[in-house]
Ligand binder design. Structure first.
Ligand code: OOB
Length: 548
């Protein structure tokens, strides 16, 4: 068996790869194979639903093969990277399966990403094409794609998913014109990289995560098992579908794996999602904690739709407070499942038959008996059982390195290839993990990860800012809020929150990364070697420093 070939991809050590194959964890199928098999077995079952579309497996299979053929006509080839920035709509599934069929690699971008994120992503991936919607929620994605192409020489083609009556602007292609008569394409092998996923955020070279068909499909199969999916499953993609959680934990791919249906909601609010749950007969969906709170509150206030089809509600992406976790099941009439995962691999679940104490107070345990986890101190030594420490992991679906990024690898992987998650956890005697927070300098704002370093780099461009440090400050609703500590360039010109937000927004940064508070200080506290101490800054906040 040949190893996957994509320069910049870090393979598993040969002995482990051999073991994962011989144990049939890596089962030798691609996502294209899975769809073909489902379409052959149950062509008339519903595969994808949204407010405008209702496609059977046969239709989805035909559409994705036909689009793959059209993309090949545009000279998009096996191994090419293609930015995909689409909202939750049926075409997302068609597009990614077309790329899988072709062996081109989707690079999963979120609708909230703007040029400041997309340009470095497109550069790091050396993307040749971008597929996006013309508009969504009144934002002009076609213009955004054009602005990315202007900065990234490798990016040749823009393809647009259009709504009724829309036309592609000059220089962009209407995807509908590339739904050709399907021809047989060579396609990828199961050991090949299937797509590039994004790590939370970063400066300079973004951290891209390459996942193979073999490793990702294993995680999807195992997730579907744990979440007890079957062909009657209707999974609602509520979170942005390009994220790892709604994609594969068990997500849309899990639903398709079992021959169930994928439903899409264009926005996650109860006003939109609740009627769709009733209309589509949704059985399972996943939320980040702030949304779970919103849904719970809405349900507690009296339901507007019949949610009785919903059996499992997953909550993950950030720590779910026990207080909220306790309310979810009774309010929505569901079994709660906590999900603690990461795009780099490892996903932990509480099991559907776990005692309520486990479901409410822990973030579950690894999905696979082949996942290895260890909790270590800052010197890499294992802590005492039950003590808090840094979570590190390796296993059959956890990457061994970022895509083409040796500097990030040096920080994020141990010498023998374990991934340093950056999370501080403890492991209970029953094997379940409790996540205490992040060791790194990320702010987790309601499940959206913001790199302190990245936002600092933007603030430092402001003429009135001499230096800036971002820290997360506790927030009862979002988990964390973004506080910017700022040293003014001129003590007489103190930057205001409004000015800073406006400035950052105008730099093309996603809305969720806007600082929630600005605290102007004349000096930052330092560590022993003279580095700025975030810990001390957090303490300042705790001691009552206020922003404007
Ligand atoms: C998911 O993936 P990412 O890559 O956006 O973020 C991973 C990080 C984790 O390292 C952890 O810091 C945090 O998000 N996190 C949680 C959590 N789930 C994720 N922190 C506390 N409790 C949880 N339940 O967020 C992701 C990927 C797959 C499935 C679910 C979530």
């Amino acid at each position: 068996m040949t190893e996957p070939v994509l320069p910049g991809f870090t393979p598993w050590p040969a002995d482990l790869a051999q073991r994962y194959r011989s144990q049939n964890l890596w089962a030798g199928a691609t996502f294209g194979d899975v769809l073909a098999a489902r379409a052959a077995a149950a062509p008339d079952r519903i595969a994808v639903l949204d407010t405008d579309n209702r496609w059977t497996y046969a239709e989805l299979h035909h559409r994705s093969r036909s689009l793959a053929t059209g993309l090949a006509r545009l000279e998009i080839k096996q191994g090419d990277r293609v930015l995909v920035q689409l909202p939750n709509r049926a075409e997302f599934v068609e597009v990614i399966f077309a790329l899988f069929e072709l062996g081109a690699l989707p690079v999963f971008c979120l609708p909230a990403h703007r040029a400041a994120e997309l340009v470095p992503i497109a550069r790091a991936a050396a993307a040749t094409a971008m597929i996006t919607s013309a508009t969504h929620q009144r934002f002009d994605y076609a213009a955004l794609a054009e602005s990315v192409r202007a900065e990234v020489p490798s990016l040749r083609e823009i393809l647009l998913v259009l709504d009724e009556g829309q036309k592609a602007p000059d220089g962009a292609n209407d995807i509908a014109e590339f739904r050709d008569e399907p021809t047989d394409l060579t396609g990828p092998k199961s050991g090949d990289v299937a797509f590039l996923q994004l790590s939370g955020g970063s400066t300079g070279i973004p951290k891209l995560i390459a996942r193979t068909h073999d490793d990702y499909l294993y995680s999807v199969r195992r997730s579907a098992e744990i979440c007890e999916l079957d062909s009657d499953t209707v999974y609602l993609a509520t979170l942005p579908v390009a994220h790892n959680f709604p994609m594969s934990s068990p997500g849309i791919l899990g639903a398709l794996w079992v021959g169930g249906a994928v439903a899409m909601t264009p926005d996650p609010t109860p006003a939109t999602a609740f009627p769709l749950i009733e209309q589509f007969g949704v059985t399972i969906t996943g939320l980040v904690p702030p949304l779970a709170r919103l849904w719970t509150e809405r349900a507690e206030a009296g339901r507007t739709s019949d949610l009785s089809s919903l059996r499992v509600l997953q909550v993950g992406g950030a720590r779910c407070q026990d207080e909220l976790a306790r309310r979810i099941g009774p309010a929505l009439g569901v079994t709660l499942q906590q999900v603690f995962g990461m795009a780099e691999g490892l996903v932990c679940y509480t099991r559907l038959d776990d005692p309520i104490d486990v479901v409410v107070s822990t973030q579950g345990r690894p999905m696979s008996e082949f996942d290895q986890i260890a909790v270590v101190d800052d010197n890499g030594a294992e802590v005492a059982p039950g003590a808090q420490g840094n979570l590190i992991t390796q296993g059959p679906y956890t990457i061994r390195g970022y895509y083409d990024n040796p500097e990030a690898d040096a920080r994020s992987f141990t010498a023998d290839g374990w991934y340093r998650t950056g999370d501080i956890v403890s492991v209970r005697p029953d094997g379940n993990l409790v996540v205490a927070g992040r060791a790194g300098d990320w702010v987790n704002r309601g499940g959206e990860k913001v790199s302190a370093e990245e936002l600092e780099a933007h603030l430092l461009e402001h003429p009135d800012v001499r230096d800036a440090v971002i820290v997360g400050t506790p927030d009862p609703i979002l988990g964390q809020r973004i506080c910017a500590f700022v040293q003014p360039a001129d003590p007489a010109q103190r930057p205001t929150l409004t000015a800073v937000r406006k400035f950052v927004r105008e730099r093309g940064v996603a809305a969720w990364k806007m600082p929630d508070a600005v605290v102007v200080v004349d000096q930052f506290p330092e560590t022993g070697v003279g580095k700025t101490s975030r810990k001390e800054l957090r303490k300042l906040l705790a001691d009552g420093a206020h922003g404007n």
